[in-house]
Design a protein around this ligand. Structure first.
Ligand code: AP5
Ligand code: MG
Length: 215
């Protein structure tokens, strides 16, 4: 059953297209789960999809496992293999929350092509911003634990984020004009409320959308 929406966000129902950008531990998964439920759209996490391939010991899973365990990015072509059809289907259905994808400029360009093919490029990119020390503490104390949450791997994941993924901040802010930054060191509820507060500034109500831009 569809969840009730606040009047402010009601007009976006089933059409919201968001991308969550942020370092490991910034709360991408936590916030994406809530946003996807709120807007009743698909939640696409490349991390979750890749971990599922590893758990099922698929040929793709065998190719990606060593990258994930060492905190390196999985090569773009393998990530695109797992996300392409799902993103296309979600874009055709009208909405999605992307969590942890894209993470390289090449992936961002691919995502744009896929979403544009469906006429459904991203409305807003939310940068979840928090200091590395806060993120490290969260990952070390993650309740359910994850095999890439070892101290050395966390350090490497953060380095990779700063070196390879942060250029996307300029890309979405300056080239596309769709970026908002939220202080992700607040409580999960406060981060969620801050995201919902920011959205009306970037997302036009249904029926008033410009021709595809985004990504
Ligand atoms: P991925 O699964 O995406 O992991 P990540 O980016 O390292 O981030 P996490 O999932 O650990 O953190 P999160 O930001 O989702 O935060 P969460 O909500 O879980 O990627 C894993 C690996 O897969 C990569 O290293 C790479 O190898 C590969 N990969 C994935 N996508 C790829 C791509 N596109 N290209 C190439 N390779 C790719 O929260 C973390 C913890 O903090 C939880 O315990 C949570 O309860 C807690 N928490 C959350 N929010 C708060 C808050 N506000 N206050 C206090 N605690 C909080
Ligand atoms: Mg995650």
């Amino acid at each position: 059953m569809a969840r009730p929406l606040s009047p402010v966000h009601g007009p976006y129902h089933r059409g919201m297209r968001l991308l969550l950008l942020g370092a490991p531990g910034s709360g991408k998964g936590t916030q994406a789960t809530r946003l996807a439920a709120h807007f009743d759209v698909a939640h696409l996490s490349t991390g979750e999809l890749l971990r599922d391939e590893v758990a099922r010991a698929t040929p793709l899973g065998e190719k990606v496992v060593s990258f994930m365990l060492s905190g390196e990015l999985v090569p773009d072509e393998l990530v695109e293999e797992v996300i392409h059809d799902r993103l296309l289907a979600a874009a055709r259905a009208g909405g999605y929350v992307l969590d942890g994808f894209p993470r390289t400029v090449h992936q961002a360009e691919e995502a744009y092509k896929i979403a544009r093919e469906a006429g459904a490029t991203v409305h807003a990119v939310i940068l979840l911003d928090a200091p590395d020390e806060v993120l490290t503490e969260r990952l070390l104390s993650r309740a359910q634990g994850r095999s890439d949450d070892e101290p050395d791997t966390i350090r490497r994941r953060l380095e990779v984020y700063h070196a390879i993924t942060t250029p996307l901040i300029d890309y979405y802010r300056d080239d596309r004009g769709v970026l908002v930054t939220v202080d992700a060191s607040q409580s999960p509820d406060s981060v969620y409320a801050a995201i919902l507060d920011e959205l009306p500034q970037l997302v036009p109500p249904v029926g008033l959308e410009p021709t595809p831009g985004g990504f």
